[in-house]
Ligand binder design. Sequence first.
Ligand SMILES: [Zn+2]
Length: 323
Amino acid sequence: MNSPLNKILTEYQKKRDTAFKDYLLRREQVYKKIPRIREIDEEISSIGIEKINEAFRLPEKCDLILDELKKRLESLKKEKYTIMKTHGLPQDYLTVQYECKDCQDTGYVNGTMCHCLKQALIENLYDLSHLRNILQYENFENFDLSLYSDLPFGDYPKSPRKNMENIYLDCIRFVNNFSNVKESLFFYGNSGLGKTFLSHCIAKDLIERGYTVIYQTVPNLVEMLRKAAFGEASEEAELINGCDLLIMDDLGTEPATAYSEQVIFNIINSRLLSEKKMLISTNFNLEEVVNTYPERICSRIFGNFRLYAFYGEDIRLKKVKVI
Ligand SMILES: [Zn+2]
């Protein structure tokens, strides 16, 4: 009963109750100030029944009576709106004001989830990972290439700075061409090199462009889907499979069980089959990925993701020195 969906739907019920109370209050104030509006409303609500009874009594005059009813209703509404206008009230002032006009704050339209409810569920997922706050500060404009060394590093052909510049530009290309891009992204390398930062930048940018993005650590995703398998949180499972970009952070930190492995395979495989993109990041190097995950997972990653190696010195230490 305490699933995120239930909590949100309880909030929706409260919103509807408040909207209805506000409407009654507005109506009462208007009735007090303009008694003619009350008379009109009362006539509107009683005239229908009167006329329909009349039509039953005189079936031969049914069309005429209904026509009269229609005309009378139109003239009453016209009078009401004219009076309201002269008092400076908008036409919808005496209706219930819902936050979402599409579903009238019920969360559903013809039995399917309304866009506002989907967004509320996604925001609920964000709150769990505290992404909302982070997104305020981390974005492409704040990315600082000068934190990366421009000296050669190990056996790598490019300096860490040059390498990061390429990754950064590819990330920008990825968001700019998001609808057309086919490949998913795979960030690997030691922590403290900007993988999470760039993932946040991508998430923020795509959300601002109106895409649905879910950002979760792999352990959280495994846990959510475990709950979904037992009948709880099935809406989250639907969002995980259906969002435009799924960001799976920290691959390799989930419990090393056959169940986790199955869940990770299912997510990757079903999203690839429905041509939906992912961004996976891991602190593993490629050898560790191959040694940890079975061939069916590795082959999907190596065959469908663009791989980006993050290397160099931990930039978080440099940031501390600068401060
Ligand atoms: Zn809605």
